[in-house]
Structure formats: structure tokens, C-alpha cells
Design a protein around this ligand. Structure first.
Ligand code: MD3
Ligand code: FE
Length: 206
């Protein structure tokens, strides 16, 4: 049964377990068109997480700032299409969490190798903060840090494993969150890495 991680945050353990091989194959095809890269932050750091995107919009960071863009700055081309299997699963999960109209226009792909982490942050570059974010975890387990909309509050820690899906909506949408440094390990399907897909609705819909 789905578990609550707090107001508006629903954890669906193993929701994409069965489809994981197909999902991984589709993600690898996306990454051949739009390779993973370590983005620069506006603060001058290089992210330890490697990132790409698919769908109409992709997430880009460089010394000028964070933004969503219709083209991959590496190739100048449009981002690859979202894998249909991933989109369908994300929409099913969103519907279970009470968002039957979820229509993502961006999907970020984050790859963590052992030691990679994501510092505590909020996701607020999307115009439509009434839509949830749906995340799919594949590969090595990660410790996810989940706080509140106030940076001062100490985050809770949750272990997310291969096949898990989380729908982040409502009051959790502006929560501070991050990922602790990935522990060393080897996953049967993905090897020495974790891949996280986040489906987002960036543009406001009428
Ligand atoms: C809670 N990614 O890409 S996914 C990100 O595992 C990001 O790669 C992490 O944070 C990862 O921005 C966490 C879960 C997630 C994504 C967005 C959220 C949780 C969220 C936005 C608001 C609240
Ligand atoms: Fe985030």
C-alpha cells in the first residue's frame, strides 16, 4: 500500500519494478541522443550528479543560472522524447496520489555514482507549482533527505530503492530535499550507479 512521507508526499514502493528493464533500455536510448553531463552551478561548482533530460523541456544549469530550455545546449537539438513507458507510469502514480490531470512537459535524468550527492534545495523553477513532481528510482539505493519548506528544519531520511516511485505534491512540493552521498555498491541491472527520473509540469496549463 502507498505510504505517506508527509503531507502531499506519497511513496509507492516497487511501483516500476516490473517495467525497470524496459525503462532502463529507454533511458539508455535517450542518453545516446542527449548524453549525461556534469552541469555547472551559478555558484561556480560542478555538480557530482550527471544530468540529462527528455521531453519538450530540459533542465539546464550554467554560470548564468538555472532554467528550463527546449534545446540541449550540448547539441543544439530538441531534447529526445520522453519514453512512453516512463510517462505512463508517472501518470498512473500521479493519478493514485490524486493528480489525474498530471501532464509533464519535462523529465530530468539524474545519474549518481558512488560518492555523488545532491545538496539540499527547493525546486521552484516550474511555473506550475500546483502540479506534483513524480520521481522514479532505479539502481543502487539512496538516502533521500526530505525537509520542509523552511531550510532551518532538520530533514528526515528515507531509503529509496530500485523500483520506488514518489509523488511530491501539495505542501511537500516546496520542501527542501536532497540526496546523501551514494554508498558504494553494485546493482544487478544498473551496475555501480543510481538513476533517478523526475517528471515535471513546467508550463502552466489552462
Ligand atoms: C520533493 N532529484 O532532480 S528525486 C531533482 O534523487 C532532485 O535525483 C533527487 O531533487 C534525485 O531536483 C530527488 C525526488 C524529488 C524531486 C523533486 C522534489 C523530491 C522532491 C521537489 C519537491 C519536493
Ligand atoms: Fe529537487
Amino acid at each position: 500500500a502507498p505510504a505517506s512521507l508527509g503531507p502531499g508526499a506519497l511513496l509507492l514502493r516497487g511501483f516500476v519494478l516490473k517495467e525497470a528493464p524496459e525503462l532502463l533500455q529507454a533511458v539508455e536510448a535517450v542518453l545516446q541522443q542527449a548524453p549525461l553531463r556534469h552541469m555547472q552551478t551559478p555558484g561556480g561548482y560542478t555538480m557530482s550528479v550527471a544530468t540529462s533530460s527528455c521531453g519538450p523541456l530540459g533542465w539546464v544549469s550554467d554560470p548564468r543560472g538555472y532554467r528550463y530550455a527546449a534545446h540541449d545546449p550540448l547539441s543544439g537539438q530538441a531534447w529526445p522524447d520522453m519514453p512512453a513507458v516512463g510517462l505512463a507510469l508517472a501518470q498512473q502514480a500521479a493519478a493514485l496520489a490524486g493528480y489525474p490531470q498530471f501532464a509533464p512537459d519535462a523529465c530530468l535524468i539524474n545519474q549518481y555514482q558512488p560518492g555523488a550527492k545532491l545538496s539540499l534545495h527547493q525546486d521552484r523553477d516550474e511555473q506550475d507549482l500546483s502540479a506534483p513532481i513524480v520521481s522514479l528510482s532505479l539502481g543502487l539505493p539512496a538516502v533521500f533527505l526530505f525537509g520542509t519548506p523552511s531550510r532551518q528544519d532538520r530533514p528526515q531520511r528515507y531509503r529509496l530503492v530500485h523500483g520506488d516511485v514518489v509523488v511530491w505534491g501539495g505542501p511537500s512540493r516546496l520542501a527542501f530535499h536532497g540526496v546523501a552521498p551514494l554508498a558504494e555498491g553494485e546493482h544487478a541491472l544498473l551496475g555501480r550507479r543510481r538513476i533517478n527520473l523526475t517528471f515535471r509540469q513546467v508550463k502552466r496549463r489552462v
